[in-house]
Ligand binder design. Structure first.
Ligand SMILES: [Zn+2]
Length: 232
């Protein structure tokens, strides 16, 4: 399963081809902003996908239209994920969608806060994937009674400043936080967010400085292996 592709010109699909993962069982697009779904067309065409997974969508979005059309052309079924849906994958890997409800969005401004949120569980280890949630999306997530502590948190929205971040941290109490971020003009990740996590004793990894962050999960423990070890 691949959750988000990065931009079109990021060669995730070349890495997938080289790794021999072909076709993908699942490609999940948390939302259709290009830094998350820009590579989906190439992956659908060149790597192949057995199930494309999407959630609440902006149907007028050109990238959304393109992805859905290519999926149709390639006879790739689309699984529409809504809050409460569960995917049971091989080897006991369980993935639950914590939100949002499936709905049609009206403007681009709604995309981030309606990113698909996934709780992945393998044995005793829980990982929370939060897409690009911002304040409103995080507050919606905090309303979910099922939201519990996790070992690993994919920090929402590239570590951007967020007034709800401390509440999310208190609620999910991660041991490890991973910030997926590259060069950007927005100042991601925000220093205050990194400090918030580090002051709470959370080990923070960030892809802009450490490259790919590999998490090797066994049933009762996990290890995090950054591509570049900077002893942060
Ligand atoms: Zn993003």
């Amino acid at each position: 399963m691949l959750i988000d592709t990065g931009e079109e010109d990021v060669e995730v699909y070349m890495k997938l081809l080289k790794s021999g993962v072909k076709p993908l069982d699942y490609l999940v697009l948390s939302h259709t902003h290009s830094d998350h779904a820009g590579g989906a067309v190439d992956i659908l065409k060149k790597v192949g996908v057995k199930h494309l997974v999407m959630g609440a969508s902006l149907m007028s979005d050109p990238l959304y239209k393109n992805v859905v059309q290519i999926a149709k052309d390639n006879h790739t079924p689309i699984t529409w994920l809504s809050k409460g849906d569960v995917l049971n994958l091989s080897f006991g890997l369980r993935i639950e969608c914590l939100g949002p409800e499936l709905k049609e969005l009206k403007s681009d401004d709604e995309l981030n806060d309606n990113s698909i949120v996934l709780l992945m569980t393998y044995g005793d280890i829980d990982l929370l994937f939060t897409g690009d949630l911002e304040k409103k999306g995080e507050e919606n997530l905090l309303q979910i009674s099922k939201l519990k502590t996790v070992e690993i948190l994919k920090v929402p929205h590239h570590g951007s400043e967020n007034a709800a971040a401390n509440k999310l941290l208190e609620r999910v109490k991660p041991q490890t936080a991973i910030i997926q971020v590259g060069p950007n003009l927005y100042g991601h990740p925000n220093r205050a967010i990194i400090d918030l996590y580090e002051n709470a004793g959370v080990r923070v990894y960030r892809t802009d400085r450490q490259g790919a962050i590999t998490v090797n999960i066994q049933k009762d423990y996990y290890e995090v292996i950054p591509f570049i070890d900077i002893n942060n």
